[in-house]
Write a protein that binds this ligand. Sequence first.
Ligand code: TA6
Length: 289
Amino acid sequence: IKGENGISQVLLRSPRGASARVSLHGGQVRSWKSEKGEELLFTSSKAILKPPAAVRGGITICFPQFGNRGSLEQHGFARNRMWAVDENPPPFQSVDSSFKASIDLIHKSSDDDLKIWPHSYELRLRVILSFDGNLTLISRVRNGNSKPFSFSFAYHTYFSVSDINEVRVEGLETLDYFDNMCNRERFTEQGDALTFESEVDRVYLSSSDAVGVFDHELKRTFVIRKEGLPDVVVWNPWDKKSRAISDFGDEEYKHMLCVDAAAIEKPITLKPGEEWTGLVELSIGASIQ
Ligand code: TA6
């Protein structure tokens, strides 16, 4: 299908009415809807749809850099490039036989990209919508160089929430985190579950493979299950930062929360010919406990 900005998107649909839309611009997941038709991902009403910058919202792929931790543009360039449909993807890890709608996309370094990051690679993304409406993203990075390279990675995920004051994140208790609000100083999480009353911008380190975002008002939990991605980013800009972001409404911070499955603290290193896989599965549950 054609997106609002004229760029092709792939629409995945489950027999029970859940759906997802994936754009060829950045391999970005632009929408994920439940069986009831509710949009589960946040997109800013002020989002700029015209490339090259990624649309503010949905799920963007941060590669080969996370945030501004390096010399590249914020969150790396892969999310700002055009991707292609991968017609003949090499075999992925085994998939069970139940219904799945899926699409395979690929992004390779262009000559211009090689000037700013001199490592050739293939980045593949498979997006799967299951019968139950769960959304799985599997990314694979292959080193096509004669030398090793290292990278960071994140599924930068804007969840839609009813009211940020009514949200808690479970599964990060007792973990160490880097606080971007305090020059990336390292702290240890003390609380039972994370709640929000001001700007939060943290990278939690080496979390367990399941994290929950509980929306008290909607009685809904996003369950984030991940593989190959040890870290979890939690970000809400709150009021002051919101006003400084031009493609974000002043009050929109109340209705979103970014929780990203990521590999940031320890960059991934691939030898020539080696491949890395990072998976995230998003589902709706009652609770993670
Ligand atoms: O930690 C998340 C973060 O890096 C924040 O510092 C914040 O700038 C955010 O990502 C926003 O990313 P985006 O590219 O969506 O503007």
